[in-house]
Structure formats: structure tokens, C-alpha cells
Design a protein around this ligand. Structure first.
Ligand code: NCD
Length: 312
């Protein structure tokens, strides 16, 4: 099992920072956090430590999840989610903002609309930077919580089929989770409107890493063999025209009738927010894990914060 100590002081920029033994170590620590929260609600492991939560893009789950995770670890949070009201709106560079925040905080969580922003911030800061989504790039903490969810619901993912449905072009959670799955011996299937297919360079990268993947025009080609159905919304904010967005989003919707054609033992996931592609009629199905996924995210981020701050 890996020594989570090696993450002390480290940036978390993408899932490439993890190998299989790191995942085992992180998930063991995640289960420990889950027990702590269930038994006592909180711990003082990170008492006196401060997290700067710097969000240049909208967020409900990721920002409040980091806030809850840090609070339950006994630490506190500087929340900056309305950069409109911060000096960023005066034209301050990301580098200067980050250098300022690290004078106050021990760790910086950053969400930004541009690919590579987390790397720029990490290069500017001495303190650890955690990437909470860099445009269509990566969203490593979401992928970690997604993988934890799959294994909590179905056991080891090795040999299982994970079907990604939706916006595979701009969906950063898909990019990160597919990369993580390349470590695990899972099979992946891609189903998307043609305009938002999985990026070619990423498919090639994953093939080189030995991931078994295939692309399909219709969900029904793979539905009966699917163990994990991972649905995503079309990332409207990444489109330059409303018409292109409308074309991309046409044609897929998961509802209770569709779940009726899936394995009895399966899991349906979505990083949320959903905007019509995952109908509420699936919510009462025990295979739908979207809100358990949200909860596991807090334990995963608690484990990660403890690791990065040298207390795992
Ligand atoms: C996702 C994101 O921001 O990439 N949301 C999240 O963090 N759970 C997915 C999305 O916005 O569609």
C-alpha cells in the first residue's frame, strides 16, 4: 500500500499524479474519513489550517464539498467564488492572486475556465494547488470520487464495463476518469453526439496506456453489457454558438425505461449538474448513485486534503 505521506506539500493537477497503490492508500484513508464523519461528524486533524477556495467558474458541489471537507477536518476556508468582486476583475493576474492567497492559506483549490490554469498557479505558488477543474482539461478530484463510488457500489472495477454517455469532448470529468480507469483494467465505451466525441489525441493516449475502449453511435449497442453508466451534460459554456450547442445536445436522455434494459446489478452516475439528460424518473432506482456519489466526494476530498497537508 502506498504511503500517502508522499503527497505532503504536493500539487494535485491531474490524475497522472496517482498510481494504483496511491489509489488504494487514498481510498483506505477515504473510508477512515467516512467512519469519522458517520461516528463523530468531524475531527481536528487540520485544526488551524486554512484552505483558499478560488473559483473562476460556477460551482455548487465542488466548492461546497471542499468547504465541508476542510471544515469537518477542523480547518477553515477562504471562499472566493465571485471573482467579479475580487481584484481579478481589476485585471490581476492568476499568478499574483495565487501568490497573495498562499500568504494566508496552506492549500489552494482552483477552478478556472482555461486548460493549464492549475499548472500556471502551481508554478507560481510554493503551497500545494489542487485542480478543481481547468476548462475542458482535467478534474482529478471528481475522477477520484467517481472511481471510489464505482468500487463502493460494485466492488473492484477491473473487468467491468464503464460506458460514458454525453459530452466527451469538453467533459473534463470524463477525461480524468478515463485516464484513471486506464490504471485499473476496466473496459470503456463511448457514446456521444458526433459533435462532442472523445478527443482523438486522448483516445490515442489511452490506447497507448492499454485501455480497452470503443466508440458507439447508439447506447443500445452497449447498454446490456454496461456495469457503470456515466452520464454527462453537454458543456454549454464551451460552445461559441447556441445553434451548435442545441445540435450537440439533441438525442440522448436516460430515463427509468432505459434503466429497465440494464443489468440488475449496475450503477448510474453523473457528475452533476444535470440539465435534462438524466431524467428524475431514475432517482428512485437503487442503481442510481448520483447523490451517494456527491457524499463520497466529501470523504475523498477530506482524505486528499489530509494527504496534501501531511496529516494522512
Ligand atoms: C462537473 C464540472 O464542473 O466539470 N461538475 C462537477 O464538478 N461535479 C461537470 C459539469 O459541469 O458538467
Amino acid at each position: 500500500m502506498s504511503d500517502l505521506q508522499r503527497f505532503a506539500g504536493k500539487d494535485i493537477l491531474g490524475v497522472g499524479d496517482f498510481d494504483r497503490s496511491d489509489l488504494a492508500g487514498l481510498f483506505a484513508e477515504t473510508r477512515r474519513m467516512q467512519r469519522i464523519v458517520r461516528e463523530r461528524g468531524a475531527t481536528d486533524l487540520l485544526r488551524g489550517r486554512v484552505l483558499a477556495n478560488l473559483f473562476y467558474e460556477p460551482s455548487t458541489r465542488t466548492s461546497s464539498c471542499f468547504l465541508a471537507a476542510m471544515t469537518r477536518l477542523g480547518g477553515s476556508v477562504i471562499p472566493i467564488s465571485e471573482v467579479r468582486y475580487s481584484s481579478v476583475s481589476k485585471g490581476e493576474s492568476l499568478r499574483d492572486t495565487v501568490r497573495t492567497l498562499e500568504a494566508y492559506a496552506d492549500v489552494i483549490v482552483l477552478r478556472h475556465p482555461e486548460v493549464g490554469a492549475a499548472k500556471i498557479a502551481a508554478d507560481a505558488a510554493k503551497k500545494p494547488v489542487i485542480n478543481a477543474g481547468d476548462g475542458p482539461g482535467e478534474h482529478p478530484t471528481q475522477a477520484l470520487l467517481d472511481l471510489f463510488t464505482i468500487e463502493a457500489e460494485l466492488g473492484p472495477v477491473e473487468g467491468k464495463t464503464v460506458t460514458f454517455l454525453g459530452d466527451l469532448k469538453y467533459g473534463r470529468t470524463v477525461h480524468s476518469l478515463a485516464r484513471l480507469l486506464a490504471l485499473t483494467g476496466a473496459r470503456v465505451r463511448y457514446v456521444s453526439p458526433p459533435a462532442v466525441a472523445m478527443p482523438r489525441p486522448l483516445v490515442a493516449e489511452l490506447a497507448a496506456r492499454g485501455l480497452e475502449q470503443s466508440e458507439h453511435a447508439e447506447l443500445d449497442e452497449v447498454l446490456a453489457d454496461t456495469d457503470v453508466l456515466y452520464v454527462t451534460r453537454v458543456q454549454k459554456e464551451r460552445f461559441s454558438s447556441e445553434a451548435d450547442y442545441e445540435t450537440a445536445r439533441r438525442g440522448y436522455r436516460v430515463d427509468a425505461a432505459l434503466l429497465g434494459r440494464m443489468k440488475a446489478r449496475a450503477v448510474v452516475m453523473h457528475p452533476l449538474p444535470r440539465v435534462g439528460e438524466l431524467d428524475e424518473s431514475v432517482d428512485d432506482d437503487p442503481r442510481t448513485a448520483i447523490f451517494r456519489q456527491v457524499e463520497y466526494g466529501m470523504y475523498v476530498r477530506m482524505a486528499l486534503l489530509a494527504a496534501v497537508l501531511g496529516r494522512a
